[in-house]
Design a protein around this ligand. Structure first.
Ligand SMILES: Cc1cc2nc3c(=O)[nH]c(=O)nc-3n(C[C@H](O)[C@H](O)[C@H](O)COP(=O)(O)OP(=O)(O)OC[C@H]3O[C@@H](n4cnc5c(N)ncnc54)[C@H](O)[C@@H]3O)c2cc1C
Ligand code: FES
Length: 281
């Protein structure tokens, strides 16, 4: 029987600074024999570990359509994340995963989608968006509108993806910053205010759904806008960032009511969350 606590030793291929202040980096990891031994769905996460330092959970930021190299976008906030920022190409990092449930890609099939993210919470939504835009999958979804925000232009992630998505005619991309700087020519304002504006581009193909991940304040102010747009709680999916330890439903650290966010989540419908204790009721 394989040990669920034993990490796979991954090789660091790339480490890229995402933000002007250097606080967020994306590392790209490959498997020991070059090929992924598992598939995953967007929205799942993994535990990354450095020997003698510790282990922490991170959303998988790359698309399941490129499973052999996994991206993780890491905000430097403490011990493990700082060490992950220091990793250089060729070095090794442990990985346990994929963990959690991910976004309900099958249930989203045929629907118009609003993808709403802020901060590093956008990482798994980037994975979802690139998955949905893949030529083999694009036909499975209706209209796709991505609303992404950062506090300022220097904190925007995934600039290559944003350029690619902006050039496509099969999706809408809305990027907003809370505070503009001199060179910024795009939208200014919060994510909930930007979602309010996309009312104009809503289409009515096959029933809509929203995928939301970001800071709690962003989520709290976005939910009433989604209700105004007519989305039911069962059509709104939130990815939570509870404190986690084991990631496999053993330690109880991530409990909300009768649910463990590491196994039942981290993605919950708002309808399900409203049946649990917590802040999105
Ligand atoms: C499912 C999931 C997905 C996540 N995805 C990402 C991601 O894609 N990118 C990213 O940068 N971060 C992500 N996080 C948060 C990340 O796990 C924490 O930032 C990390 O555990 C901090 O570890 P540390 O040792 O650097 O910090 P510590 O030295 O342990 O603590 C520093 C600070 O971080 C807070 N913190 C510690 N552990 C957690 C935790 N598990 N969750 C939230 N805050 C914590 C502490 O309260 C403290 O304020 C995710 C968390 C979860 C549960
Ligand atoms: S992190 Fe241990 S039960 Fe969820």
């Amino acid at each position: 029987m394989s040990n669920p606590y034993a990490p796979v030793p991954m090789r660091v291929e790339k480490s890229v600074t995402e933000t002007e202040d250097g606080s967020i980096r994306t590392i790209s990891l490959t498997f020991p024999d070059g090929t992924a031994p598992f598939g995953f769905v967007p929205g799942q996460f993994a535990e990354l570990s450095i020997l003698g330092v510790g282990e922490a959970p991170f959303g998988i930021a790359s698309s399941p359509m490129s499973p052999d190299m996994l991206d993780f976008t890491i905000a430097r906030v403490g011990t493990v994340t700082t060490e992950l920022h220091y990793l250089e190409p060729g070095e090794s990092v442990g990985l346990r995963g994929p963990l959690g449930n991910g976004y309900p890609v099958e249930g989203l099939s045929g629907r118009d989608l609003l993808v709403i993210g802020g901060g590093f919470g956008f990482s798994t939504l980037r994975a979802f968006t690139n998955y949905a835009l893949h030529p083999g999958n694009r036909g499975n979804f209706g209209g796709i509108t991505v609303v992404y925000g950062a506090r300022n232009p220097g904190l925007l992630l995934y600039r290559d993806d944003l350029c690619d998505w902006a050039a496509r005619d099969d999706m809408n991309l809305v990027v907003t910053v809370d505070r503009a700087d001199e060179g910024w020519t795009g939208m200014t304002g919060t994510v909930p205010a930007a979602v309010e504006k996309v009312k104009g581009v809503k289409s009515v193909l096959g029933g809509r759904a929203a995928l939301v991940c970001g800071p709690p304040a962003m989520i709290r102010y976005t939910l009433p806008v989604l209700a105004d747009l007519g989305l039911a709680p069962a059509d709104i999916f939130l990815s939570l960032e509870m404190k986690m330890k084991c990631g496999i439903g053993k330690c109880g650290r991530c409990g909300i009511g009768g649910s463990y966010a590491c196994t039942d989540g981290p993605v919950y419908s708002l309808e399900r969350l409203r049946g649990l204790p917590g802040e999105f009721r």
